[in-house]
Design a protein around this ligand. Structure first.
Ligand code: PHE
Ligand code: NA
Length: 453
């Protein structure tokens, strides 16, 4: 019998799971999403989604990985031969996400260097699109942009290098270094942000509750969407990572720790980002609402503007901010890439080394598409598609297949309870079998309605 690779320590597993969860979604997605969906009142649907879907699904995926000790396709196949495709679907979605996630980390890497002398100048938007991404360069469409290509090679080299080294010496070690460093850097930035003049106005705008908002279905959909993406659930990642757990491992406790750590990081990011936005609004003499932004615009256009206005040490803080994006992003990219590496290695019966070369190499090649002039358009499309259809639909398929078709929740409850301190009760089956499918079903319905009408 061949030995399955294992985590060296419990902390190693938790750091890796938290490393996967904490990513760009926490830093640039959560703050704007919360603000636009009720501000302080968003915490009600958000906490509800965390407790009814986020943590229950983490427990489910940890249980599956721990019980079947396989990548997502293998675990689903062991559950039921006919269910293997669900695992492959998750693996394919992970593959697609990894191809563009890598590009954003590469941009952040470039920007950490640009920060040092505020190279982006005062027209940060023009700098991003024209100088850095060279999208406005007509006639050259399709050519590789060297400024993006070089950091991308570094990002993939680090990711694949970590995966070549395996679970304990690679993934665990990288997260042991990245995550504590990330937390320290991030706390420094947040302290700086909330002590800037005007930060209080930003925080007030962020936390001001609009209780009326939570009567709208859209706000609940946003809360569930945020929880799924942010906790990396329904992407096969948590199944893969927990397949390396030793037999004696507390599943439910680990799930609660992972879930709450991710949300704490999200809250911290919200405070930091809105402190900085309050500063910007004060400088510009406009209300905070007018400067709120998320995603690429926030990280690569608005924040550079804010950093330009810093009273002192702007280069250092700019560097630290983009370094934190790189660390948060890399630990997530490592986890996404590991899911298909492991899937391929088990399916084809090839070594980790070969699977990393094959799967990771292919992903790196595909991701070159986004390093071309105009490649940002592909990135937008991929991201839109994954977020709109990948997340909710996969989550729905996962819970319905397990709860209703295979009727496995009882077995899994027993399995989780046989190793955990916190007992999983009937509430867990209600969350996964009824509440989550209803909410995700409504999300899908809403999406199709919006897209077809
Ligand atoms: N959870 C990560 C984040 O919040 C993103 C991610 C999604 C990572 C899916 C892996 C898989 O940014
Ligand atoms: Na996250």
């Amino acid at each position: 019998m061949s030995m399955r690779e294992q985590w060296g320590t419990r902390a190693g597993f938790i750091l890796a799971a938290v490393g996967s969860a904490v990513g760009l979604g926490n830093i640039w997605r959560f703050p704007a999403t919360a603000f636009e969906n009720g501000g302080g009142a968003f915490f009600i649907p958000y906490l509800f989604a965390l407790l009814t879907a986020g943590i229950p699904l983490l427990i489910l995926e940890f249980t599956i990985g721990h019980k079947y000790r396989g990548s997502a396709p293998l675990s689903y196949a062991k559950m039921n031969k006919k269910a293997e495709w669900i695992g492959w679907w998750m693996v394919i979605v992970s593959f697609v996400i990894s191809t563009y996630y890598a590009v954003i980390i590469a941009w952040a890497m470039s920007y950490s260097i640009f920060s040092l002398n505020l190279q982006w100048g005062s027209d940060t938007q023009g700098f991003l699109f024209e100088n850095y991404l060279q999208v406005a360069d007509p006639g050259q469409f399709g050519g590789l942009v060297p400024g993006v290509l070089i950091p991308m090679i570094i990002v993939w080299a680090v990711t694949l290098g970590v995966l070549y080294r395996g679970v304990k010496k690679g993934i665990e070690l990288a997260n042991r270094i990245f995550i504590p460093t990330l937390v320290v850097i991030f706390i420094i930035i947040v302290i700086r942000a909330v002590t800037l003049p005007g930060a209080a106005e930003g925080l007030q705008a962020f936390f001001e509750p609009d209780f009326g908002a939570i009567t709208s279905g859209g706000v609940w959909v946003a809360a569930y969407g945020q929880i799924f993406f942010s906790l990396s659930i329904a992407f096969a990642i948590m199944i893969t990572y927990s397949s390396y757990l030793p037999k004696k491992s507390d599943i439910t406790n680990n799930a609660f720790i992972t879930g709450f750590s991710n949300s704490s990081f999200e809250l911290l990011a919200g405070i930091g980002i809105f402190g900085a936005l309050g500063f910007m609004a004060t400088q510009a003499g406009t209300p905070v609402e007018e400067v709120v932004e998320g995603g690429i615009g926030l990280a690569f256009i608005v924040l550079p503007q804010i950093i330009n206005e810093f009273p002192a040490l702007s280069g250092v803080f700019g560097f630290l901010f983009f370094a934190s994006l790189v660390l948060a992003g890399l630990s997530s990219l490592i986890s996404i890439t590991e899911t298909y590496v492991k899937g391929i290695s088990e399916k084809l019966g090839i070594s980790r080394t070969k699977a990393v070369t094959l799967g990771g190499g292919l992903a790196a090649l595909v991701s070159l598409v986004y390093a071309t002039r105009g490649g940002i358009n592909f990135l937008d499309t991929a991201d839109y598609f994954i977020n709109q259809f990948g997340v909710a639909l996969l989550g729905l398929v996962e819970v319905v297949a397990i709860a209703w078709f295979m009727r496995k929740l009882g077995d899994f409850q027993e399995h989780a309870n046989s190793v955990s301190d916190i007992r999983v009760g009937g509430w867990w089956k209600v969350c996964l079998g009824i509440i989550t499918p209803l909410v995700l079903g409504y999300m899908m319905f809403d999406l199709f309605r919006q897209n077809l009408l």
